[in-house]
Design a protein around this ligand. Structure first.
Ligand code: C2E
Ligand code: MG
Ligand code: MG
Ligand code: MG
Length: 281
């Protein structure tokens, strides 16, 4: 019996899912077949340069449309994909599609902008990630400087392996971003050891900044930390003009959130750039 998972609010519908779905082999079976059935697609959320107001890049975010469960958001299947190891082929699919799309936009004559791709921990620690990425960049003919890999603080924790992987990735020429920054429990040691290009200030700090002084202080501290270390700053979950003002005043480099745009289909990206003031020409 068909049960749709809502398009607009995954959190809400997640609670409505029958409990058996989780840890259920049924969902796993469906997930296993999802790539060959072409049930995944990517949406892209614009990232706006706070100074120029132009688009700096987009973040690729995966969606899964299944004929039984409907549209499923990543929070509802990435953990299972991670648990089962399916994240490896799924993650590769994401990388290949995002890079190929970024190249296509350039071929279509758009001024180049970057594409950010989220990596999961299992993907990050697979043996051959740098080789996989190098191969995808070669095949899609995307210049490595336009690929940004988003990892989280916890992935950077095992410093010997992580620093090896990160160094290899840097040698390829891709950029590295720390996602959800400020929510992990890791030491800040890795920031000086590792070649990090961006910190993404977690949306939980941005959300209530208008009313919560502590959130404002935390954001300010993260921005100062990034500036002192020469690391770029991206704020996520930017929803209001208040958020924009506050972040611009602190010279946060890049802003991403519903205030500018929700994640949109690849075909909508050129229109978003043209029709708005966000053109990077
Ligand atoms: P994330 O990488 O931190 O992505 C940001 C999430 O916040 C996205 O949710 C995005 O749609 C949402 N968002 C963006 N702007 C706003 C805003 O202004 N307000 C609010 N309330 N939310 C906003 P989404 O697409 O559901 O993705 C959730 C998480 O799933 C991502 O968090 C990321 O950790 C993971 N994810 C998404 N795509 C992939 C993927 O291809 N591979 C892997 N491994 N993980 C992915
Ligand atoms: Mg992300
Ligand atoms: Mg994030
Ligand atoms: Mg997140």
């Amino acid at each position: 019996h068909a049960k749709r998972i809502g398009k607009s609010n995954f959190q809400f519908y997640q609670e409505q899912l029958p409990k058996k779905v989780y840890g259920d082999t049924e969902l796993e079976t469906l997930l296993r077949k999802a790539i060959e059935r072409e049930e995944f697609f990517l949406v892209y959320q614009p990232q706006i340069n706070a100074i120029t107001g132009h688009i700096d890049g987009v973040e690729a975010l995966i969606r899964w449309e299944n004929n039984i469960y409907g549209l499923i958001g990543p929070n509802d299947f990435i953990p299972l994909a991670e648990e089962t190891g399916l994240i490896i082929p799924i993650g590769e699919w994401v990388l290949r599609n995002a890079c190929s799309q970024a190249k296509q936009w350039q071929v279509d004559g758009m001024k180049p902008f970057s594409v950010s791709v989220n990596l999961s921990i299992r993907q990050f620690y697979q043996d051959n990630l740098p080789t996989v990425i190098e191969d995808i960049l070669t095949k899609t003919e995307l210049d490595p400087q336009y690929l940004v890999l988003e990892i989280t603080e916890s992935m950077a924790m095992d410093s010997t392996i992580a620093s090896n992987v990160l160094q290899q990735l840097k040698n390829i020429g891709v950029k590295i971003s720390i996602d959800d920054f400020g929510t992990g429990y890791s030491s800040l040691n890795y920031l000086k050891k590792f070649p990090i290009d961006y910190l993404k200030i977690d949306q939980s700090f941005v959300q209530d900044l208008s009313t919560d002084k502590d959130d404002r202080e935390i954001i300010e501290s993260i921005i100062m930390l990034g500036k002192k270390l020469g690391i770029g700053l991206i704020a996520e979950g930017v929803e209001t003009a208040d958020h924009v003002d506050f972040l611009k005043n602190l010279a946060c480099n890049v802003l991403q959130g519903y205030y500018y745009s929700k994640p949109i289909a690849a075909e909508q990206v050129p229109g978003f750039i043209q029709e708005s003031a966000f053109s990077n020409d």
